[in-house]
Design a protein around this ligand. Structure first.
Ligand code: HEM
Length: 364
């Protein structure tokens, strides 16, 4: 951060009990939002404590970061699902999809109930062959670099390949749609539009009031229209095939009525859910895998332990066929992923609607 933010320490605010001091208000308007917002939030927490009010162009948000406070805020009986300013912007592409729906929007509970079976253990088993198929694409692509005559010096773009792998997996497992990303040199145009519109949603947060953002807004609108067009094609091709199975996300949304009301999801909401799952289902996972590989390479002892665990199952088998149960046996690899998520959580923050701060140990 280039400049120090202005800090005001208020007296108790909205807190009837004077024993609870109000958190400091840190005004970052002069500093601006950093291009690494998570690190900026962490840095502010280091300086001003686990609970502070961040003010930006007069807009206040309360930031909680200690384990105790986050646990408290995760209590669903006291705090509703929140759609913060960043997610509010994502509504421009994902509307009332699960991630961006408001807590009281009827489609949230409806879609939640209809889609719940897709996340049960049995469903994971049905996704396994798709995961294996796509993992093989990755291995074939990397092996190809060492085939006779291949340009060995070409670097492997690990995070791009993790994105190819997770996008293809969610496409196939969720919607029976093959993005076939490893057959392309550049990312799929859907991914480019998705990444651009997510970047746009984030950049919108840092806008200066009164600025001219017409060109950015027009690009966002065009990207949103393109995303909707691609998803509509996926939905139409499933419908045209007359497929009424309910063994993936799209099948459940098209063919499974709500267990209580018997209603099905409307078409606009199905489109929003497909876009939501394509965002939520690939970006977080690919980031996690990229960070995991990074940490393994930086920690050879951990890499050797992970490798030994894999070798113990498949040794030198040239083309192993890992079963769904085998994946559960990779306990050390699982710990590597858990530790990666602890060090670099790819969904590092979530929001709850306006709790009232009372103390560093009590929010309401
Ligand atoms: C490493 C991988 C992942 C991480 C770290 C992650 C993290 C999160 C977090 C933190 C939330 C928000 C919880 C809240 O605000 O209360 C969330 C919600 C969600 N995630 Fe993930 N996620 C991951 C993978 C996935 C995958 C693979 C899918 C889909 C196949 C998915 C679909 C969703 C959906 C639909 C929601 C919204 C749920 C709702 O509000 O009903 N996520 N995820």
């Amino acid at each position: 951060m280039s400049e120090s933010p202005t800090v005001e320490v208020h007296g108790p605010r909205n807190a009837p009990d004077p024993a609870y001091p109000a958190p400091p208000t840190v005004d970052i308007t002069a500093t601006g939002l950093s291009s690494t917002p998570v690190q900026q939030a962490v840095e502010l927490a280091r300086r001003y404590g686990p609970l502070y009010v961040r003010r930006y162009h007069g807009r206040d948000s309360l930031w909680a970061s200690s384990m105790e406070l986050v646990e408290e805020l995760s209590d669903e009986t006291r705090f509703a699902k929140g759609v913060g300013p960043a997610l509010e912007n994502v509504r421009g592409i994902a509307g009332d999809g699960l991630f961006t729906a408001y807590d009281d929007e009827p489609n949230w509970a409806k879609a939640h109930d209809i889609l719940l079976p897709a996340f049960a253990m049995n469903s994971m088993r049905t996704y396994h062959p798709h995961m294996l198929r796509v993992a093989r694409r990755l291995i074939a692509s990397w092996d190809g670099r060492f085939a006779p005559g291949a340009a060995r010096s070409a670097p492997v773009e690990v995070s791009e390949d993790m994105t190819r792998m997770t996008l293809d997996t969610i496409g196939l497992a969720g919607f029976g749609y093959d993005f076939d990303s490893f057959a392309r040199t550049d990312p799929h145009p859907f991914v480019e539009a998705l990444v651009r519109s997510l970047g746009h949603s984030q950049a919108k947060l840092a806008r200066t009031p009164g600025g001219d953002y017409a060109a950015e807004d027009a690009e966002f609108a065009a990207d949103a229209a393109f995303l909707a067009e691609v998803v509509d094609e996926v939905i139409e091709s499933r419908k045209a095939a007359g497929d009424t199975a309910t063994d993936d996300l799209l099948g459940l949304m098209l063919n499974s009525p709500h267990p209580g009301s018997g209603e099905v999801l409307d078409e606009a909401n199905i489109r929003n859910q497909v876009i939501t799952f394509l965002i939520a289902g690939h970006e977080t996972t690919s980031g996690t895998l990229s960070f995991a590989l990074h940490h393994l390479l930086k920690n050879p002892a951990a890499l050797h332990r992970a490798q030994a665990e894999v070798d113990a199952l498949w040794g030198d088998t040239p083309d192993p066929e890992p079963s769904y149960e085998d994946v559960g046996r990779l306990r050390y690899v699982r710990q590597v992923l858990n530790e990666t998520l602890r060090l670099w959580p790819t969904a590092p923050a979530s929001s709850a609607p306006s709790p009232t701060p009372c103390s560093a140990g009590a929010i309401r």
